[in-house]
Design a protein around this ligand. Structure first.
Ligand SMILES: [Zn+2]
Length: 425
């Protein structure tokens, strides 16, 4: 693999310190050296990329990704897609994430049992382009919970996006099945979701079922993630040691206290775009602003904003991304979250970018080697035209992402004036 020296870049390293002019040497798949100033590192035996003042920053990490969501207006449309087409769709979307600067993603549940695992393996083997990816199980739910789409006269589990279990022993069997398939995380649905007709504040899974899932996942060294909107479901996450908490909108003071006390063990990803866009921008698909469904999402959005501000103040790690892949939250527009964190949640631009880079490396379980521009860290690097701190919106513009490097290799190589490109041996 060619070694690459980035010169003449503004280094936004993800540590929280101000950007500075400098150089970055990549050797193999790691960041080998950083230097302040220009002409600080020897340009011998390397491909020199003159950044011409562009910003060099860590690749972004999406904390709650559904590759198999197909930009359609409903869960039924996702579930009815035949598996063959679905695999192609997921491969297409995996590349789209990388194209948009997401060099890592946390899978948050596929539509069928093995989709996430197959896509992760195809990415890792180099068969398809895509981010580093942690494969999830399907969403595990209980009868009547979110993800149970069976009807009394049509009891076919294939139409459900959840895997439906009843009681601890069925949970054990299902969790072990997904672990056998090779998932990185077990996903549990602990609360409801209004669009599915189940109140967000309902908490239908029993502690016995959750304890079984967590025990079996941890026994094999795997983590657990949960759809947890209600206050009680957030408390269940803390009590049972569920590492990744999705949504958490209705977390009350008791839940926040519990979470803060063990904040180094947990991550929260609110998936706030889903709330905003479902409440306000889905009229074309039948969700009229002011309709009862829209008002439920407005109410949850208000709670979510309040809760995430409190979490941010308490130092709980709140991450970027979540639930893109509906018609009104199209795949690839995920960096809108960074803007939302700044405009609605009171994050500084630097903090919002760190929520998608530094915390991203940590939620990937790789905080000691991913998410920062730092010597020894994996070379997941973006070169951005402009300064994302003065305007975080530029991270949403594909054309402003001049180069994308994952694991030391260019997914998107910078288009350079040939005169600037020199290979010296
Ligand atoms: Zn989700």
């Amino acid at each position: 693999m060619a070694n690459v020296l980035f010169t003449n870049v503004r280094l936004l390293d993800g540590s929280g310190g101000p950007a500075y002019a400098g150089e970055v040497l990549v050797q193999g798949n790691r960041i080998a050296r950083l230097a302040r100033g220009n002409r600080a590192l020897p340009p011998t035996g390397v491909t020199v990329v003159d950044g011409a003042g562009a910003t060099l920053m860590p690749g972004m990490v999406e904390a709650h990704t559904h590759f198999s969501w197909n930009d359609q207006p409903g869960l039924g449309e996702i579930q009815r897609m035949p598996t063959e087409e679905h695999i192609l769709w997921c491969a297409h979307i995996a590349r789209r994430y990388l194209d948009m600067g997401w060099t890592s993603c946390i899978g948050a549940a596929p539509a069928t049992p093995r989709l996430d695992v197959v896509i992760r393996n195809a990415i890792d083997s180099g068969l398809i382009a895509g981010p580093r990816y942690l494969a999830a199980s399907q969403e595990i739910t209980v009868p009547g919970g979110l993800g149970d789409e069976t009807l009394p006269h049509l009891p076919f589990p294939e139409f459900s996006f959840g895997a439906i279990v009843n009681g601890p022993e069925e949970m054990r069997r299902t969790v072990r099945m997904f672990l056998k398939y090779g998932v990185d995380t077990i996903k549990l649905n602990l609360s409801g979701e209004y669009i599915a007709g189940i109140p967000a504040e309902l908490t239908p899974m029993s502690d016995g079922e959750i304890a079984m899932a967590v025990t079996e996942a941890h026994r094999r060294g795997k983590r657990v993630a949960a759809h947890a909107r209600s206050a009680e479901s957030v408390k269940q996450c803390v009590r049972h040691g569920i590492e990744i908490i999705f949504h958490a909108s209705f977390a009350d003071e008791e839940a926040l206290d519990m979470l803060e006390a063990v904040k180094d063990k947990h991550f929260v990803a609110p998936g706030i775009a889903w709330l905003i866009n479902t409440a306000r921008y889905a009229e074309q698909w039948g969700i009229k602003p002011g309709s009862p469904l829209s008002l439920e999402y407005e109410r949850e959005l208000e709670m979510c904003i309040d809760t995430m501000k409190k979490m941010h103040r308490r130092g709980i790690r709140v991450c970027i991304g979540g639930d893109y892949g509906f018609a009104w939250t199209p795949q690839g527009t995920n960096a809108k979250d960074i803007q939302t964190f700044v405009e609605m949640l009171g994050f500084s631009p630097m903090e919002a970018i760190q929520a998608g880079t530094k915390y991203g490396g940590q939620i990937m379980g790789m905080g000691d080697e991913l998410g920062l521009i730092k010597e020894g860290y994996l070379a997941d690097i973006l070169l951005i035209d402009g300064d994302p701190i003065s305007d975080v919106r530029i991270l949403q513009d594909k054309n402003r992402i001049l180069a994308i490097m994952k694991d030391g290799k260019f997914h998107k190589a910078p288009r350079m004036n040939e005169a600037r490109r020199r290979l010296t041996a």
